[in-house]
Write a protein that binds this ligand. Structure first.
Ligand code: PLP
Length: 478
């Protein structure tokens, strides 16, 4: 007997409830397919979920079976559905990025271009080929010189750090996943922000953690809630993005950091502090001390920090790091080979060169982000005056309030016009944030202009839907 592919099942009524306002523009079958794909993409339908039989769903929707058959066929064609004898129609994520074909503007990813001067660094790495090739080519902890450089940056920011506390990883995502699977046991509680960076909570879930969330908005954290949930629940881990939080851009004030650190120390909670976006400061009036800095020696074991060069330098440079106390660090090194065998020495050589002039590169990065943030903010304020456009002082994106719960419909309709954008729901763990959309300012200015124009036209086409959702309308979100 073959094992069923499906790991879960969703009933027709449950699916209809999740679909929400799905009839956007298109032929009915393709609107249905697009919405199911979106639910799958943002995690509201888990991969390997068996969808209802066509007739069942047709009855629940009050539509013809032909419509559902056509929608399922479209999902099969786009790689979102596989039909296996004995397992029914099972939802999966496509293995090839077919969804990007026909995309004119990609607002789905917040990926800045390579920083100017990087090609010179790459050429120098080429010149050092003989030395690099004399090395096995990868290692678990990281090159000593690079670890020292990273430790020095922490020291300069007031957090005494030695190379023994630093491990080089394959980007920050790897670091988050490695920490999660090393410290978590099945069904351990983990606090995450809502909204948050989606791949982090995915890593926590994969490691067996159970999520509890604490709210963040463009105005920042609800400090009371965060402290109280850490105190009451005593979670094993709390994952936080305190500087230029993704997606809101908010910065956690020092007083909140102090209280969270204190609550975590008392509760035995490890704070996993993601500083991937921390250096993307555009015009923040002042930078609060980092968690590593506040923890000092006294509570060093309470904080593990994660950093990366992917946003400041280039996403193709797969270099991140973990700063942890030496005991946790050695556990991470021990756990690592089960997932990967080390970071490329070629990437590490490039990173070490970059770090020797990091402040120079950061100045370029900040100038670019400033121009593009200003451009996007102006365009959205002028062309989409119904939306709540926040002021952000750094980071990569704007967390825009739509004042109506139609972010999935907007994403779906924009995709048809050539703009990929991620619905707000992707950034929550339970389908919330339907009133928000994340708009990155990382693309080139012409694309940003074009993208906002298309979003405006798409929004105009959705006005009847926004009107229908008017009874859900809330006051401005800023
Ligand atoms: C907050 C946050 N953490 C981690 C990552 C992953 O970074 P990396 O590319 O270094 O793996 C991202 C990427 O978008 C991010 O926004």
């Amino acid at each position: 007997m073959t094992r069923s592919l499906a790991r879960a099942h969703i009933g027709a009524k449950q699916l209809v409830a999740l679909l929400g306002e799905w009839e956007v523009g298109d032929a009915v079958y393709s609107a249905l397919a697009a919405r199911i794909a979106l639910l799958l993409d943002d995690g509201r339908i888990a991969t390997y979920t068996r969808l209802p039989a066509e007739r069942e769903l047709a009855d629940a929707l009050g539509r013809s079976r032909t419509t559902v058959v056509a929608a399922y066929r479209a999902l099969r064609d786009s790689g979102h559905l596989i039909s296996v004898r004995g397992s029914g129609s099972v939802a999966v994520l496509p293995t090839s990025p077919t969804a990007t074909s026909g995309t004119e503007v990609d607002f789905a990813r917040a990926v800045p271009p390579p920083v100017p001067g990087l090609s010179d660094v790459l050429s120098r790495a080429g010149d050092a080929a003989t030395t690099i090739l004399a090395h096995p080519g990868f290692d678990l902890v990281g090159e000593r010189h690079l670890r020292e450089q990273i430790a020095e940056r922490y020291c300069a920011l007031g957090a005494p750090t030695s190379a023994e506390q630093i491990m080089i990883t394959v980007g920050a995502q790897h670091a988050i996943a490695l920490v999660s699977r090393t410290v978590l046991r099945h069904r351990d509680n983990v606090v995450v922000e809502a909204p948050t960076y989606p791949h982090a909570y995915e890593a926590v879930l994969t490691a067996g953690g159970r999520l509890a969330s604490t709210p963040v908005s463009n105005l920042g954290w609800d400090g009371e809630h965060l402290v109280s949930i850490v105190t009451r629940m005593r979670p094993q881990l709390a994952y936080l993005i305190p500087d230029f939080h993704n997606p809101t851009g908010a910065t956690m004030p020092e007083a909140v950091r102090e209280r969270v650190l204190d609550a975590a120390r008392r509760s035995g909670t490890l704070l996993l502090v993601d500083e991937t976006t921390a250096d993307l400061d555009i015009d923040r009036p002042s930078a609060p001390p980092s968690f590593a800095c506040l923890a000092g020696r006294h509570s060093a074991g309470t904080v593990v920090s994660v950093g990366s060069l992917s946003k400041t330098i280039w996403g193709g440079l797969r270099i991140g790091w973990v700063r942890a106390d030496p005991v946790l660090l050695s556990r991470l090194v021990g756990a690592r080979p089960a997932g990967d065998l080390g970071t490329s020495v070629l990437d590490q050589t490039v990173a070490a060169d970059v770090l020797s002039n990091y402040d120079g590169f950061l100045a370029h990065r900040r100038a670019l982000l400033r121009d593009r943030r200003d451009l996007l903010t102006d365009l959205l304020r002028t062309q989409l005056p119904d939306w709540d456009i926040p002021v952000v002082r750094g980071g990569l994106s704007l967390w825009v309030g739509l004042r109506a719960p139609i972010s999935s419909a907007l994403a779906q309709a924009a995709q048809r016009r050539g703009v990929r954008i991620t619905a707000g729901t992707k950034f929550g763990t339970d389908g919330t944030h339907e009133r928000f959309i994340r708009v990155p300012f990382t693309g080139d200015p012409d694309r940003i202009r074009r993208g906002v124009g298309i979003l405006r036209d798409t929004w105009d086409s959705l006005l009847p839907l926004a009107g229908a959702a008017a009874h859900h309308r809330l006051p401005p979100t800023l």
